[in-house]
Every structure is written in structure tokens, then in C-alpha cells.
Ligand binder design. Structure first.
Ligand code: Y43
Ligand code: MG
Length: 202
């Protein structure tokens, strides 16, 4: 079995990552099913630093190959904010509704053509030794003036993808996974995983 610990407490991420990894034969186990794991402080200045920190902590704790995702939204009119601070944009603990309200308030009066944004994701794969590798992905979109759609999580109801004329919260989850920052990062991460498992077996 290709066992892989998912070093995230975000249920939306677990759902998406599991939906992409399980059909490929991975047995994914969320870090939440390992009692006693202490959440790491996400104090890195980059998605990459935080992703590595989360993946290494999980791999060292569990003794299993672990995958972490650090991601967020970069809004051009806000000079790239909320960026690495996306989860706690409106304070702690994370509150998706409050984050979306804050984003809309900051963008009030900003015209459509200046509401460009992108989701960014860095996935880190760590071995119990601490060895780690990363892969990244982005997805471009526009921040709407009001929420649309019921699916997904986080900023999805405000993130509109012009090519599909839908927000991430309106897109079917398989479609979101096919074009999202996370789906793209995972595509590259699979190459890393394939090499790691090939080395183990060979
Ligand atoms: O596809 C997405 N659709 C909507 N929103 C998203 C997405 N991807 C990231 N986001 C937002 C959610 C959260 O506000 C932040 C991630 O923060 P981030 O620290 O990476 O995740 P988290 O704290 O929720 O869980 P964890 O660190 O345990 O993986 O960006
Ligand atoms: Mg986090």
C-alpha cells in the first residue's frame, strides 16, 4: 500500500487531496487520526517554508511519508495580500466567512478589471528522516463583489474563473481539482511520490 499522511487540519483540503490521490492507489491518512500531534506554528514568510515545516513535523511524528499543503490567495489590488496570511486574514481562529467579508470590504469600489487574483499552493512531501521536496501550482481568477456557489471552502465563493464563468464554489469538485492551484501542485508532487516509492521498492 502507498501510505501517505496528509499533514493538514483543513477538511476541505483533505477532501480534495483524497479525491485526487485515492484513485491512484494511495492510502491517505489525515494527521488528525494520530493522537498527540502538535500543530506547528506557520510562521514562515513563504508558502514553501510553511509547507515544509508542516510536512516534516508530520513525517517525524508519524514515521510515515507525509504531504502538506500551504496555500492562499494573492490579490493584486492588495499588493498580494492576504498571501501566506490567508487563513488568519480576519484573525484567529480561522473563520472563512469573516475572511471573505474582510476581503470584500477591502476591495469595495475597486473596478472589475483591477480585481485580479490568484490562488497559490505549495505541496511539500517529507520523509521521516526530514528529507523533503516541494511542488507548486497557481490558478488565476477574479474576486467577485458577492459570494456565489455552495461548494468548496475558504475563499471559493468569491473566486471567479473567467474560462468557466463560475466561481470555485460553483464548479463541480472534479473540475476544480483539474484546474486549481492544488490540483496543479499535486500533479507535480506525484512525480516526486512516484520516484520515492520506486526507490523504496527497488
Ligand atoms: O482551494 C482553495 N479554495 C478556497 N480557499 C483556499 C483554497 N486553498 C487555500 N485557500 C485558503 C483557505 C485558507 O484561508 C488559506 C490556506 O491556509 P493554510 O495555512 O494553507 O491552510 P489551513 O490553515 O486551512 O490548514 P493547514 O495549515 O492545516 O493545512 O487559503
Ligand atoms: Mg494553516
Amino acid at each position: 500500500m502507498l501510505k501517505l499522511v496528509l499533514a493538514t487540519n483543513n477538511k476541505g483540503k483533505v477532501k480534495e487531496l483524497a479525491a485526487m490521490l485515492q484513485p491512484l492507489g494511495f492510502q491517505v491518512v489525515p494527521i488528525g487520526s494520530y493522537p498527540g500531534f502538535q500543530e506547528v506554528e506557520e510562521d514562515g514568510e513563504t508558502f514553501q517554508a510553511n509547507a515544509i515545516k508542516k510536512a516534516v513535523a508530520a513525517a517525524e511524528f508519524t514515521g510515515e511519508l507525509s504531504l502538506a499543503d500551504d496555500s492562499g490567495l494573492e490579490v493584486d489590488a492588495l499588493a498580494g495580500a492576504p498571501g501566506v496570511h490567508s487563513a488568519r486574514f480576519a484573525g484567529e481562529p480561522t473563520d472563512d466567512a469573516a475572511n471573505n467579508r474582510k476581503l470584500l470590504a477591502l476591495l469595495e469600489g475597486v473596478p472589475a478589471e483591477k480585481r485580479t487574483a490568484r490562488f497559490r499552493c505549495v505541496i511539500a512531501i517529507a520523509e521521516p528522516s526530514g528529507n523533503n521536496q516541494t511542488a507548486d501550482g497557481t490558478c488565476e481568477g477574479i474576486i467577485l463583489r458577492e459570494q456565489k456557489g455552495e461548494g468548496g471552502f475558504g475563499y471559493d465563493p468569491l473566486f471567479y474563473v473567467p474560462e468557466y464563468r463560475q466561481t470555485f464554489a460553483e464548479l463541480a469538485s472534479a473540475k476544480k481539482n483539474a484546474i486549481s492551484h492544488r490540483g496543479r501542485a499535486l500533479g507535480k508532487a506525484l512525480e516526486i511520490l512516484n520516484r520515492l516509492y520506486a526507490n523504496r521498492e527497488g
